[in-house]
Design a protein around this ligand. Sequence first.
Ligand code: F0G
Length: 461
Amino acid sequence: MAKNVKRSWAEPYKMKMVELLKMTNRPQRLKAIKEAGYNTFLLRSEDVYIDLLTDSGTSAMSDRQWAGMMMGDEAYAGSRNFYHLEKVIQNSYGYKYVIPTHQGRGAENILSKAIIKNGDIVPGNMYFTTTRLHQELAGAKFVDVIIDEAHDPTNEHPFKGNVDLGKLDQVVKQYGAKRIPYVCIATSVNMAGGQPISMQNLKEVRAYTAKRGIRIIHDMTRVAENAFFIQQREKEFNKKSVREIVKEICSYTDGATMSAKKDALVNIGGFMATNEWSVFEEARNLVVIYEGLHTYGGLAGRDMEAMAIGIEESLSDDHISARIGQVEYLGHKMMDFGIPIVRPIGGHGIFVDAKAFLPHLKQDQFPAQTLAAEVYLDSGVRTMERGVVSAGRKSDGKNYYPKLELVRFTIPRRVYTQAHMDVIAESIYSVYLKRNKIKGLKMVYEPKYLRFFQARFEQLK
Ligand code: F0G
């Protein structure tokens, strides 16, 4: 045996209960995907074997979280669980004021309504679908100020979530700081492939915005995963814990929106946080219209308890290194098969470059949508389009044509095993072998908002 065996990561938990899955055959899957209009969002989950649609709300909760659910205080007002959650958020993230919401977009709605005025501009490190839509519905225009490398799937930049300060400066010069209610900074930029922002870049953005009196609002949906990459890739953070790094990230921002369905290991929940009393006051007033009283925000007491416990668990180094270790295992396996994926491997999933995978399809033939349907057909693995369908239309009705046309293999937290990862990689490889024969799709039904959720397609002849 070799002297220096590389030591593996492994899960810091064991299984106590399992959920049985239905295995399907190809004719069953063909019927299912046709009925779903070639949209993986419209499949019944019963017809899915391994579900990589999203890492949102799909985590396995721990025994402690389930025990916390039993401690739910279901009072309409002033639930004990709210005060626990508030304390955990204040201690772990450092934000002063907290408003629970039913999930991330609830927080985005409240925040956008509270601080955006008609005609405002919101610069951000790439858009996220619901985040941008809420900014637009509140009257703002979103401007992408992420570095160019983020739009190139093969570029190996270690921090593709970074802001290009030159681009930001141009936006500020063009529109003036007064029209910019905040810069929107996402940690682990979802649409770029789960790519992190560096602490150094964040500090620079903080210095720049502080001088001009512009807020930073943090989309902290996957902040712990971003912190792990900072620990691994930014030398001065090698010895710091994920928990410490998370707190430092938050300290350079003025408020946050959070979908706790990701990092925080719950099936439902979110919150908005701010350090400003006046923003809190406005948001606290708005939340009663859209979500519920400010001490429950659309959640049951038990949901808030599970979230409080989940946040603590999400900040453990052992948890996060196993989490990212599993994603990287799948990514390397796919690369060994020659599959074109976004590099470096991101935090919450593997993003396959559908333009490189199906170069014979035009973007109007929906290469990523097509590939997601083909993978489902092959093995019952459900993935998601993140390309031209997700990007939607601009306010003038024209399509956005994003440079990235990706299929996302999102890994739920603490749910699947290494053998599942093997099956997934083998499936995409088997589709890869017959890629030249794959035909594109045409859209036959398009809803007005966030069309990727409900659009329907037919196969081109
Ligand atoms: N921000 C980011 C970066 C997200 O990834 C999401 C959700 C949200 C905000 C909205 O949160 O779903 O709780 O309302 N992303 C999910 C996904 C849907 O599959 O990537 P939500």
